[in-house]
Design a protein around this ligand. Structure first.
Ligand SMILES: Nc1nc2c(c(=O)[nH]1)N[C@H]1C(S)=C(S)[C@@H](COP(=O)(O)OP(=O)(O)OC[C@H]3O[C@@H](n4cnc5c(=O)[nH]c(N)nc54)[C@H](O)[C@@H]3O)O[C@H]1N2
Ligand SMILES: Nc1nc2c(c(=O)[nH]1)N[C@H]1C(S)=C(S)[C@@H](COP(=O)(O)OP(=O)(O)OC[C@H]3O[C@@H](n4cnc5c(=O)[nH]c(N)nc54)[C@H](O)[C@@H]3O)O[C@H]1N2
Ligand SMILES: [Mo]
Length: 679
C-alpha cells in the first residue's frame, strides 16, 4: 500500500510531519514521520482524527445555497459561479470593487493561500483586514527588543537548567515541546510555570506563579528589580549587548516587592523565589505563550519579560533564550508567507487594507466610500473566533451577499448566502512552514477531493474565467488547475532556495542556514544593533513609552471595579484547534462541550454548584453554560474555552470586545471582565 510523506497544516506550533497510508484511494493510517526531529512522536489526537474528519458525513461536498435562515440546498458549480459573478458585478457597478470584503484567517497553512488576495487584486480591488487574532503583540515586542522573531531549535530546550513556561500551556497546545521539557527535567533542570490557572503543563512545574490576568509586565519588572538589587545582573553582557539599561534600571524604583505583590497578586515570597532562581541558575530559557499577549498592555508586558533575559545574559547561548515564535520558515518574499496567515501585505490602493481584524464587526459597519456590499470568507470562522460576535453578525447580516468557503457548517457558514466546499489537507499539495521548528514540509495530495470539492485555487481559476480573465492573466498568480500545475507553481517558489519538491516528498527540510542557537553571534537587527530595552521605535510606532512599562489592562479589578468582578479567560481546548475538530465523535469523547470553569469560593459565594446552569454576562452579551468547579483557578478568574459553536451554546466572543493590543494590531481577547449568576 502506498505511504506518503505529508504534514499537518493546522495553525499549531507542532506542525507534525506525518506518514499517511492510502488503500483504494482512501486514507487508512496516519503514522509518525521520523524526519521531523521536533515531532518524532507524530500526530496528537487531533491529527489522528483526520481519519474521521476527512470522511465525516458533516463535510460539505457540494456548493450550497441558502434558501432561508438555517436551510441550505445544493446548487451546481455552474449556477453557483454564475450567482457569484452576478452579485459581484452588482456590487462593483454600484460601489466599485472595494465594496467586496476579502476575509481570510488561519484555518490552514500553505503557500497557495496567497492566491486569494492575488485574485482579488486582479479582480480590480477589494477591502481587506490588517492585524491578526493570534500573535502580533508578541511578534512586535520581540522584533523591537531582539530585532527578529527567531529562536533556538526546539531540541535546544533540553540544555536549559531553568525553564520558564510563561503564559504557555505547552502540554496542551505544543504537545511535542514537552518532550524537550522532560529531557531538561531529567537532567535536573527547574521548571517554572506562570499562569493564572493550573494546567496540564503546570503539573510538571517546581514553581507555579498565578498572577492576576494581564499583570505579567508588573511581575517581570518587579523581578528584574530584585535581581538587580541582589547584584546578580550580568554587567559585562549588559554593557556590550544591551541598549538603554541605565534608564531602564532607573525606571524600576517604584517596583518594590510589596507593590509588585499587590499589583500581580503573587506573594512576595514567590517573587523572591523566582528572582533567586533567575539570578542564579543558568542557562535559562523563557518560553512565552500567546496567552498573556491577548491584553491591551500585552506588547509592553512581553518587552518587560525579555528584559529578564537581557539583564541575566541569557541570550545567544545553548539552553538560553526567548522562545516565542520562530519565523525561520518565512522565506518566500515579497509576500513572505508560507504559513499563509500573515496579514495581507502592502496597501497598494487596489486592496484597501482598512479593517482591523480585532474590530472586524465595528470596522465593517463603519466602512464608507465605498460601503461594503459583498463578503468572501475563506479559512476563517469570524462569527466564532473574532471578538464581539454581535457586531460581527450585525455587519455580516447588513451585506447584500456573503460567500463562505469551508469544509463544514460553521457559525459563519450559517450566515452565508452561498457556501463553497473546501478541500481537506489530503486533497491538494502545498508547501507549509511552521512557527516553532524551522522545517519546510510538503503537505502532499494523497487522495482525490470527494464529491464536488474543488481547492480554492481551482475555484478562483473558474471564477476568473467567468469574469473574463484570460488564461495568461490567471497564470500570473494562480497555478493551473491540475496536479502538475500546482507542483510546477510550488517548485518555482522553492527554486531560489535550492529545494526540490522531490526532496520534500521524502521528508521535511530545514530552511538552509537555520542556526541551532539563535543570536549566537550576538548581533541584533535593531536600530542600535543591540538588545533594545530602550526602543525609540516602540514609542514612535505604537505611542507607548520607549521603555517597557506597566499599565493596567483596560478591564481589570483596578480599572473597572465593582460591576464585573470576575476576569474571563478564554484559552484553547486541548483537543480542538479553535473552532476545528470539536464536532467529531472521536474528539467528543474527550471534550464534552462548553462549560464555565469557576473556583470553589467564587462559585459558593454565588450559590452555584457543579452542574447548575450559570449566566455569564457583561455589557456586551451573555452565555448560559453548565458550572464546572476548577480547583486550580486563581480566585476571581473564570474560564470558558474558545472554539465552541453557537449551537453548542459556546459563543464565547459574545462577551469579548473588539479591541486591539497596544502593539501589532492583535486582539485583546482576555482583557475581559464578567459577572456570573445562577440562570
Ligand atoms: N475568545 C477567544 N477567541 C479567540 C482566541 C482566544 O484565545 N480567545 N484565540 C484566537 C486565535 S489565537 C486564533 S489563531 C483564532 C483562529 O481563528 P480562525 O482562523 O477563524 O479559526 P479556526 O477555527 O482555526 O478556522 C477557521 C475555519 O477554517 C476552516 N478551514 C480549515 N482548512 C481550510 C481550508 O483548507 N480551506 C478553507 N477555505 N477553509 C478551511 C475550518 O473548517 C474553520 O471553519 O481564534 C482567535 N479567537
Ligand atoms: N490543542 C490546541 N493547540 C493549539 C491551539 C488550539 O486551539 N488547541 N491553537 C494554536 C494557536 S493558533 C495558538 S495561538 C497557540 C496558543 O498557545 P498557548 O499560548 O499555549 O495557548 P493559550 O491557550 O492561548 O494560552 C496559554 C495560557 O495562557 C494563560 N494566560 C491567560 N492570560 C494570562 C495572563 O495574563 N498571564 C499569564 N501568565 N498567563 C495567561 C492561559 O490560562 C493559558 O493556559 O496554540 C496553538 N496550538
Ligand atoms: Mo492563534
Amino acid at each position: 500500500m502506498p505511504v506518503f510523506t505529508t504534514a499537518c497544516p493546522r495553525n499549531c506550533y507542532s506542525t507534525c510531519a506525518l506518514r499517511v497510508t492510502v488503500a483504494d484511494g482512501r486514507v487508512t493510517a496516519i503514522d509518525p514521520h521520523p524526519g521531523n526531529l521536533a515531532t518524532p512522536e507524530g500526530a496528537c489526537l487531533k491529527g489522528l482524527s483526520y481519519l474521521e474528519r476527512v470522511y465525516s458525513p458533516d463535510r460539505i461536498l457540494q456548493p450550497l445555497r441558502r434558501v432561508q435562515e438555517g436551510v441550505f440546498e445544493p446548487i451546481g458549480w455552474e449556477a453557483a459561479l454564475d450567482l457569484i459573478v452576478e452579485k459581484l458585478l452588482q456590487a462593483t457597478a454600484r460601489h466599485g470593487p472595494q465594496s467586496v470584503l476579502y476575509y481570510a484567517a488561519s484555518g490552514t497553512k500553505g503557500l497557495l493561500n496567497g492566491c486569494g488576495l492575488a485574485f482579488w487584486r486582479a479582480f480590480g480591488g477589494c477591502t481587506t483586514t490588517y492585524g491578526d487574532l493570534c500573535w502580533p503583540a508578541g511578534l512586535e515586542a520581540t522584533r523591537l527588543t531582539l530585532g527578529e522573531n527567531t529562536h533556538s531549535a526546539p531540541w535546544d530546550l533540553a540544555n536549559a537548567r531553568l525553564l520558564v513556561l510563561w503564559g504557555k500551556n505547552a502540554a496542551e497546545t505544543n504537545i511535542h515541546q514537552m518532550r524537550f521539557v522532560e529531557q531538561a527535567l531529567d537532567q535536573g533542570a527547574t521548571l517554572v510555570v506562570i499562569d493564572p490557572r493550573r494546567t496540564q503543563t503546570s503539573e510538571r512545574a517546581h514553581l507555579l506563579l498565578q498572577p492576576k490576568p494581564g499583570t505579567d509586565g508588573a511581575l517581570a519588572l518587579g523581578v528584574v528589580k530584585l535581581i538587580l538589587e541582589a547584584g546578580q545582573a550580568d554587567s559585562e553582557f549588559i554593557e556590550t549587548h544591551v541598549q538603554g539599561f541605565e534608564p531602564f534600571a532607573e525606571s524600576l524604583k517604584s517596583w518594590t516587592p510589596a507593590r509588585t505583590a499587590e499589583v500581580t497578586g503573587v506573594p512576595e515570597t514567590q517573587l523572591q523565589h523566582l528572582a533567586e532562581l533567575m539570578g542564579r541558575v543558568k542557562p535559562m530559557t523563557i518560553c512565552a505563550g500567546f496567552g498573556m499577549q491577548r491584553y491591551t498592555n500585552a506588547g509592553q508586558s512581553m518587552r518587560a519579560m525579555q528584559a529578564l533575559l537581557a539583564i541575566t545574559g541569557n541570550i545567544g547561548k545553548p539552553g538560553a533564550g526567548w522562545v516565542y515564535a520562530n519565523l525561520a520558515t518565512q522565506i518566500f518574499g515579497p509576500v513572505k508567507d508560507p504559513l499563509g496567515f500573515f496579514p495581507p501585505a502592502q496597501p497598494d490602493g487596489i486592496a484597501r487594507v482598512s479593517i482591523s481584524t480585532a474590530r472586524l464587526g465595528r470596522d465593517m459597519l463603519a466602512q464608507q466610500e465605498p460601503p461594503l456590499a459583498f463578503a468572501w470568507i475563506e479559512r476563517g470562522n469570524p462569527v466564532s473566533q473574532n471578538p464581539e460576535t454581535s457586531k460581527v453578525l450585525e455587519a455580516l447580516r447588513g451585506l447584500d451577499f456573503r460567500v463562505v468557503v469551508d469544509e463544514r457548517m460553521t457559525d459563519t457558514a450559517r450566515e452565508a448566502d452561498l457556501i463553497l466546499p473546501s478541500k481537506s489537507l489530503f486533497e491538494q499539495s502545498d508547501v507549509i512552514g511552521a512557527y516553532w521548528h524551522a522545517y519546510l514540509q510538503l503537505r502532499q495530495k494523497v487522495i482525490e477531493p470527494p464529491g464536488e470539492v474543488k481547492p480554492e485555487t481551482e475555484i478562483y481559476w473558474a471564477l476568473g474565467q467567468r469574469l473574463g480573465m484570460t488564461e495568461t492573466e490567471l497564470r500570473e498568480f494562480l497555478p493551473e488547475p491540475t496536479d502538475a500545475g500546482v507542483e510546477a507553481w510550488l517548485q518555482k517558489r522553492l527554486d531560489p532556495f535550492g529545494i526540490s519538491l522531490d526532496q520534500l516528498r521524502e521528508g521535511p527540510v530545514l530552511v538552509p542556514g537555520t542556526p541551532e542557537v539563535a543570536f549566537a553571534e550576538l548581533r541584533f537587527a535593531t536600530p542600535s544593533g543591540k538588545i533594545e530595552l530602550w526602543s525609540e521605535e516602540a514609542a514612535r510606532r505604537w505611542q507607548v513609552g520607549p521603555l517597557p512599562e506597566y499599565r493596567e489592562p483596560v478591564e481589570s479589578a483596578a480599572s473597572s471595579p465593582g460591576r464585573y468582578p470576575l476576569h474571563l479567560l478564554t484559552p484553547n481546548t486541548k483537543n480542538g484547534i479553535h473552532s476545528q475538530f470539536l464536532t467529531l465523535s472521536v474528539i467528543r469523547q474527550f471534550e464534552a462541550g462548553p462549560a464555565l470553569l469557576i473556583g470553589a469560593e467564587d462559585a459558593q459565594s454565588r450559590g452555584l454548584r457543579p452542574g447548575d446552569q450559570a449566566r455569564i454576562f457583561n455589557d456586551r452579551g451573555e452565555l448560559r453554560l453548565p458550572v464546572c468547579l476548577d480547583f486550580g483557578l486563581r480566585p476571581g478568574v473564570v474560564v470558558v474555552f474558545n472554539g465552541w459553536s453557537a449551537q453548542d451554546g459556546g459563543s464565547v466572543n459574545l462577551l469579548s470586545e473588539g479591541r486591539e493590543t497596544d502593539m501589532g494590531h492583535g486582539a485583546a481577547f482576555h482583557d475581559n471582565r464578567v459577572e456570573v449568576e445562577r440562570g
